[in-house]
Ligand binder design. Structure first.
Ligand SMILES: Nc1nc2c(c(=O)[nH]1)N[C@H]1C(S)=C(S)[C@@H](COP(=O)(O)O)O[C@H]1N2
Ligand SMILES: [Mo]
Length: 452
């Protein structure tokens, strides 16, 4: 099963969701209407993804709300009724979701993070996206091992096998980083394909990871860093997931052999008890259930880097080893499938990130990219982590197109679909970091559209 299947997801809607330049101009001049048909269609598709209304009416006529409801007049539940705390039953719609029809079997699929319902920059562990090539396992940590070896004799002083206890005795660090699957937004290369931000951008999460810098472990084995300019990382699941990683990344100290996520051990779905953390690099290199690292002197060209995770360019050639996730952003509220129930003030919020460092600025447009305003970046703004942005908006009830455009510390500006397609064409799967557009219709329905 390969990521190619994402091209034929059943959620694909008609290409009429493209807006022409005239249509963008018409919306910008606030005279447009008459595209209700496809909006209704995408809204119906979105409704099945359980998006919540942006605004709920407060007064529902129940006198108990201002009087003495049962939770004021009765004894509550005892402590530890929930030994491992769970979200309120009223939050039950906020879950990871699989895109129906995306892959033939769910063991080789992805469950997307519900970005539309999250605050700040940390993804709750139970909502971290999951992407497995061959299903997940709850691996017994007492039986798990990490082996370090060289591809040739003399590449290291001593090949070693570490137990989890060995690894957890070593000096540890904790760092906040995003992980994004290279295929995130991959269904949207040719046209609008999915209704909600959960499906368009939800192969994205951000956590505090705890573990040991891989450099330290390689030093412990006496690796010859002059000769060994690459490593090969291998997982213990049946997918034979193997990825080449350049040694500079390891030497920088950023690559971690991680066991912790958000203050506790990794969840099984995310590689318990051990995974590689490769900040800024596409998710596939963050090998889960990490069991072996080989040091070598050239890239390995494994199946997951020679045949998969390559970019088909307009001239028919493939790009390989394009592993860094370039600067990207998305407005998470309001977003596709949500509904503005009233005119007036809205806090427009979203996320920005870059695999090359920190986010320095996010601009937001309410008219499809004609005028831009600079959003507030909320702290902390960390390197290779999600950054939360907010901006005030007063909706006057007229059609609008919301966009965000991020800039990172290298000066790189997130491209429009027009700019990205001019270089990359439309046949890729991976590394779509184009500016996302959400159209708000007069009825308040928010839908996924593309602006060139
Ligand atoms: N061993 C192993 N590691 C793996 C995978 C896998 O299937 N097996 N999937 C990769 C892919 S494609 C991605 S995007 C990330 C997803 O990490 P997550 O499931 O923790 O979100 O893990 C990567 N590491
Ligand atoms: Mo991935």
């Amino acid at each position: 099963m390969t990521d190619q299947r994402q091209k034929t997801g059943r959620l694909r809607l008609a290409p009429e969701n493209f807006l022409s330049e005239e249509e963008v101009a018409a919306v910008a001049s606030q005279g447009a209407s008459g595209r209700r048909d496809f909006l209704r269609k995408s809204f119906m598709a979105a409704a099945s993804a359980m998006a919540a209304p942006v605004v709920a009416h407060a007064a529902d006529g129940d006198p108990n709300i201002l009087g003495n409801p049962p939770w004021t007049t009765s004894l509550g539940l005892p402590v530890a009724a929930n030994p491992y705390g769970m979200p309120s039953k009223y939050e039950r719609n906020l879950v990871r979701r699989e895109s129906p029809g995306l892959t033939r079997v769910s063991a080789a699929s992805v469950a997307f993070t519900p970005l539309q319902g999250l605050f700040g920059i940390i993804t709750p562990s139970g909502l971290h996206f999951e992407r497995h090539h061959q299903g997940w396992h709850d691996v017994d940590p007492s039986k798990h091992r990490l082996m370090i070896n060289g591809s040739e004799p003399g590449f290291l002083k001593q090949a070693k096998v570490y137990t989890m206890d060995d690894i957890m005795r070593l000096p540890s660090v904790s760092r906040i980083h995003f992980i994004e699957c290279g295929a995130n937004t991959g269904m949207e290369w040719g046209n609008v394909a999915v209704p909600t931000v959960q499906y368009s951008h939800g192969m994205l999460s951000c956590s505090e990871f705890t573990g040991v810098p891989l450099r330290l472990i390689l030093e412990d084995c006496g690796v010859d860093f002059k000769k060994c300019r690459y490593i090969l990382a291998e997982g213990a699941d049946g997918s034979s997931m193997t990825r080449t990683i350049p040694m500079e990344m390891v030497e920088s100290g950023e690559v971690l052999v991680a066991y912790g996520m958000n203050g506790e051990m990794l969840r099984p779905e995310n590689g318990y008890p051990l995974r590689l953390v490769v900040p800024g690099v596409q998710g596939v290199s963050w090998v889960k259930w990490l069991r072996r690292i080989e040091v070598g002197d050239k890239p390995y060209a494994t199946k997951d880097e020679a045949v998969h995770y390559i970019d088909l360019m307009p001239d028919g050639l493939h790009r390989q080893y394009t592993s860094i996730q370039e600067c990207k952003s998305v407005i998470t509220t309001p977003s596709g499938g949500q509904m503005l129930l009233d005119t007036g003030f809205y806090n427009v919020t979203g996320l920005a990130w870059s695999g090359r460092g920190k986010i320095t600025r996010v601009d937001v447009s309410f008219d499809g990219g004609i005028n831009w305003k600079t959003a507030r970046l909320e702290t902390p703004v960390l390197s290779k982590a999600l950054t939360r942005f907010n901006i005030d908006w007063i909706w006057d009830g007229k059609p609008a197109i919301l966009q965000s455009r991020a800039i990172d510390e290298t000066g790189y500006v997130q491209p429009t679909y027009g700019q990205l397609r001019a270089v990359r064409g439309t046949k890729s799967i991976y590394h779509n970091n184009a500016i996302q557009s959400w159209k708000v219709s007069e009825t308040g329905e928010v839908s996924n559209v593309q602006v060139l």
